[in-house]
Design a binder for this molecule. Structure first.
Ligand code: SME
Length: 160
């Protein structure tokens, strides 16, 4: 049994440190990428408050394909460069979207989503996946959230 405690009173930077530490401990020594992404998605869901979706899209060929996640069923395939996820995957840059309705090309998988944070996972210089966090709150994510998920992405990049 894994018993990682997410303390709702932790300051945001500490919460992300705990999240990354827990994720690193879980994936260490495990070579199966699906198992690792599933556990990391579950940890994000457990640690990060005020989300309606959290998970992975994997780069396969010239598109993104849905990976392990927590939340409602979502769009399965996203062409590279499209939507917030495809933009993050193509550019290799984090996308912090305060209002998804103002993001041209946003792909609405869950009508509850108002803001979104998408962080590329880069391995050996290539984007291999993105981590996508959706929130039902407007402007839910800031630079601290982006830095936290970027640290998580680096910690797990070799294991997914
Ligand atoms: N909104 C994303 C699609 C994925 S879902 O949010 C889970 C996008 O525009 O890429």
């Amino acid at each position: 049994m894994y018993d990682f405690k997410a303390d709702p009173d932790l300051p945001v930077d500490e919460m992300y440190r705990e999240l990354t530490g827990s994720a690193a401990a879980l994936v260490d020594g495990e070579s199966d990428p699906v198992a690792n992404m599933a556990n990391v998605a579950a940890l994000i869901w457990q640690f990060v408050p005020r989300l309606n979706w959290a998970g992975f899209y994997r780069v396969i060929g010239d598109e993104l394909v849905l990976g392990p996640f927590a939340g409602k069923p979502a769009c399965i395939r996203i062409p590279m460069g499209q939507g917030v996820c495809g933009t993050a995957a193509e550019s290799g840059e984090t996308q912090l979207v305060a209002d998804v309705h103002a993001f041209s090309g946003h792909i609405a998988c869950d009508g509850d989503t108002l803001s979104e944070l998408v962080v590329p996972v880069i391995r050996d210089g290539k984007v291999v996946a993105v981590i996508d966090l959706d929130s039902p709150e407007n402007a839910r994510f800031n630079d601290e959230d982006a830095a936290g998920i970027e640290a998580l992405s680096k910690a797990i990049a070799q294991y997914i």
